[in-house]
Unconditional design. Structure first.
Length: 403
């Protein structure tokens, strides 16, 4: 029985298609927010549930982070080399995420928002703690909860990487990571159920670290599988099956679309602002995880075929590079446009708002990338980190974001 096709020793392999994947997620967020603000997502037309469920971009971002940020740790462990240091990891994440966000937050709270922010609001947003202390109150920054989730996950990455210590063989490493991912998935499901049982927590607690780590953990699993040496014999049959699926990207994406259709059904909960039941929330969470897993499978364990080439082309990669800034600015821009054009919430004008928001946030995202994000990355990204087998996309974008 032959070993599955994995990245193996190609720890420095570039995953260009994941930039395009990030771009898809970013612009899907714009679609779902414009659909919400215009009322199109709540209509009776067949497009309403499809627009509403584009918040599946959230697990795309988090699964991308799990893959790209954890892979250097596990790849180095397979090679029996020291894993990246926690201090350096935290510093690079801070440089990548915080400056661009702080600029957006200051401009939004100080100039664009119609709501006067208190000192506690300012401190909560700038420290990315607002979903934990109840200060996520500004309509123009409601999307920043996903950035809080990202940063919370960054905090635990080096801690999760402690599970790689003391492992002598690639088989031990892979098995330990599968057990770790299984434990994180079970803990996340348990937490989400608990939230609905404990009234004092409130639905916002599903957005806290325990409620989102399941999506991140699946990215970690793909990282461990993609970096496993070709001679690794652990879980061989399972890896072969996954490799076969990865070799059929069109089939994987077709299955993802089918699973997405299930998301549009009532079993995944209401498409408006009504509170879902516990079972509906969990069904939506797990279906979204499955959708994104099959979208990413051929891009991480295979070459992606035609899909991978399209997502990895120059245009897609550019859109992926600027996606963080686009994501940060799109909701403040959308709400500003509605006020400037005197378009009340839920009163239509979907296409006008979509075009104007997409163009304006893309321009702002490009300016953010070229004037702020890329210069900081070049100034503060050390060559030693670049040589640790980190895919190029992990250096360029933090996979933050979503609806």
């Amino acid at each position: 029985m032959s070993a599955p096709r994995t990245a193996g020793a190609e720890v420095s392999r570039h995953f260009d298609a994941l930039d395009g994947m990030r771009a898809i997620a970013c612009y899907a967020v714009i679609l779902t927010h414009v659909g919400f603000q215009s009322g199109r997502s709540f209509g009776t037309g067949p497009q309403a549930p499809w627009l509403s469920r584009l918040d599946t971009a959230v697990p795309i971002f988090l699964m991308l982070s799990g893959f790209l940020l954890y892979r250097p740790f596990v790849a180095q462990a397979y090679r029996r080399l020291p894993v990246p240091r926690a201090g350096g990891f935290y510093w690079r994440r801070a440089v990548r995420v915080l400056p661009a966000f702080w600029v957006t937050a200051v401009v939004t709270l100080g100039l664009l928002s119609t709501r006067r922010a208190s000192l506690a609001d300012w401190l909560s947003y700038l420290s990315l703690t607002e979903i934990y202390n109840g200060h996520d109150v500004d309509p123009s920054l409601t999307h920043i909860w996903t950035l809080v989730a990202e940063v919370s996950l960054y905090a635990v990455v080096p801690l999760l990487a402690l599970s790689l210590r003391g492992r002598r063989s690639s088989e031990e490493i892979l098995l330990s990571q599968c057990l770790l991912v299984g434990g994180l998935l079970a803990a996340s499901v348990a937490w989400q159920i608990t939230v609905f049982e404990v009234d004092s927590l409130g639905y916002v607690a599903t957005k806290w670290l325990p409620g989102t780590i399941d999506w991140f953990a699946l990215g970690m699993l793909l990282a461990a599988l993609s970096a496993a040496p070709a001679g690794c014999t652990a879980l061989l049959r399972t890896r072969q099956v996954l490799s076969q699926w990865a070799g059929a990207p069109e089939l994987c994406w077709l299955l993802a679309i089918l699973l997405y259709w299930f998301l549009t059904l009532p079993l995944a909960g209401p498409i408006d602002l009504a509170m879902p039941a516990a079972g509906e929330h969990l069904a939506k969470n797990l279906l979204q995880a499955a959708v994104v897993f099959f979208l990413m499978l051929p891009l991480t364990l295979g070459d992606g075929g035609v899909i991978g080439r399209v997502l990895g082309n120059r245009v897609s990669r550019f859109l992926g590079q600027i996606s963080y800034g686009v994501y940060l600015w799109h909701l403040p821009a959308l709400l500003f446009l509605q006020r400037a054009l005197d378009i009340p919430i839920w009163q239509g004008h979907f296409w006008k708002l979509l075009v104007l928001t997409t163009v304006s946030s893309s321009v702002l995202g490009a300016l953010s990338w070229y004037l702020l994000e890329r210069p900081l990355l070049r100034r503060f990204s050390r060559p030693t980190w670049r040589n640790l087998g980190t895919p190029s996309t992990a250096r360029q974008t933090p996979a933050t974001q979503s609806a």
